[in-house]
Design a binder for this molecule. Structure first.
Ligand code: AMP
Ligand code: TRP
Length: 339
């Protein structure tokens, strides 16, 4: 059998559920922007079908879909260079998702740590969609034969599952059809932590707004949140080793590095021995300088929702051009008759 040669193609997605945090920006959006024009075809998705794995108020879902699209655009996703669309407009995601539900094994799903974390003791009360969602995520990626998937650290296990699904499909049907996708998880700030507890991930849904930076926060709020961020009494160390067992300190250093396109090592080199009273304002200034133009542009874009919808519709058309032939071929491989 000849090895299939796959174009270098990036696919990634974010759920439109609630606000966007600095974690989404550094762990995902900023890196999506950076991968444009680097020799990849880039496809970025607002994964609205994933959002409804937990209840979403319909009006809020529409708002969050447009706001996430505005965030992508304001951060530098170019809708000409990249394909930008929302998942539910390309039916092939659901169709391939079903096939992958029949490829993935229940035992594989049982190992997904994110489901266990989200479901907690209430697993029986969760939607079947939340349990099955990694198979839909695999469909999102493989529907485009994507070779590279930039994500934050929390999604690594799901991209590995995508590889298992591709491999099992290829083996079961004796084909070399789906590529074995690479997760791209590199650089600082792949796991941005909660500002009040450095052992927890920064997330949209947390008890207190003080524990996260939202992409729409104004300058004063950003400054206040960093000023009040938990730290320890030690100054900044002279090497990365000195951040060991200091999760809050490490987090602030990594955020600085991520925002300023530098390594954590070079941040340490610049701020060796600095007190938090010096570092935190510098970090707040940097965050405001990077995020303010983005939130201002997002607000402008949100004034014209019809234009956002038009862009998503156009993106979906382009996405279908790639997805539909791949789905048709998959149906043929599986043995579905088409008249
Ligand atoms: P979600 O908001 O859960 O749909 O996540 C969308 C993307 O943002 C995924 O690639 C996540 O890995 C990334 N992401 C979310 N929260 C964080 C975080 N605290 N640190 C780094 N990346 C994150
Ligand atoms: N599951 C991802 C998250 O919760 C979002 C997502 C859905 C995704 N489909 C994807 C990410 C495909 C990368 C590629 O963050």
């Amino acid at each position: 059998m000849t090895e299939a040669v796959h174009t270098r193609r990036v696919f990634s997605g974010i759920k439109p559920s609630g606000g966007l945090t600095l974690g989404n920006y550094l762990g995902a959006i900023k890196r999506f922007v950076d991968m444009q024009g680097q020799g990849f075809e880039t496809i970025y998705c607002v994964v609205d079908m994933h959002a409804i794995t937990v209840w979403q108020n319909p009006a809020e879902l529409k708002h969050a879909t447009r706001e996430l699209t505005a965030a992508y655009l304001a951060s530098g996703i170019d809708p000409e260079q990249s394909i930008l669309f929302n998942q539910s407009q390309v039916a092939a995601h659901a169709e391939l998702g079903w096939i992958f539900n029949c490829v993935a094994r229940v035992g594989w799903m049982d190992r997904m740590t994110q489901f266990k974390e989200k479901a907690g003791k209430n697993a029986e009360k969760q939607s079947l969609g939340l349990y099955a969602y990694p198979a839909l995520m695999a469909a999102d990626i493989l529907l485009y034969h994507a070779t590279h998937v930039p994500v934050g650290d929390d999604q690594k296990q799901h991209v590995e599952l995508t590889r298992d699904i591709a491999q099992k499909f290829n083996n079961d049907f004796g084909v070399d059809f789906f590529p074995i996708t690479e997760p791209v998880i590199e650089g600082p700030a792949m796991r941005v932590m909660n500002l009040r507890d450095g052992t927890k991930k920064m997330s949209k849904s947390g008890d207190s707004d003080m524990e996260r930076i939202n992409m729409t926060d104004d300058a004063d709020t950003i400054a206040k949140k960093f000023r009040k961020a938990k730290t320890d009494p030690e100054p900044l160390p002279d090497s990365l080793d000195g951040l060991k067992d200091r999760p809050e300190a490490r987090n602030l250093v990594e955020i600085y590095a991520g925002l300023n396109n530098m390594t954590a090592e070079s941040v340490i080199a610049e701020y060796t021995g600095a007190q938090w009273g010096q570092f935190k304002p510098a970090l707040a200034d940097l965050a405001v300088a990077k995020l303010s133009p983005i939130s201002a542009r997002m607000a402008e874009l949100m004034n014209d929702p019809a234009e956002i919808d038009r862009l998503l519709g156009r993106g979906a058309e382009r996405a279908r051009e790639i997805a539909e032939p791949i789905l048709a071929k998959t149906y043929d491989i599986v043995g579905f008759v088409r008249g």
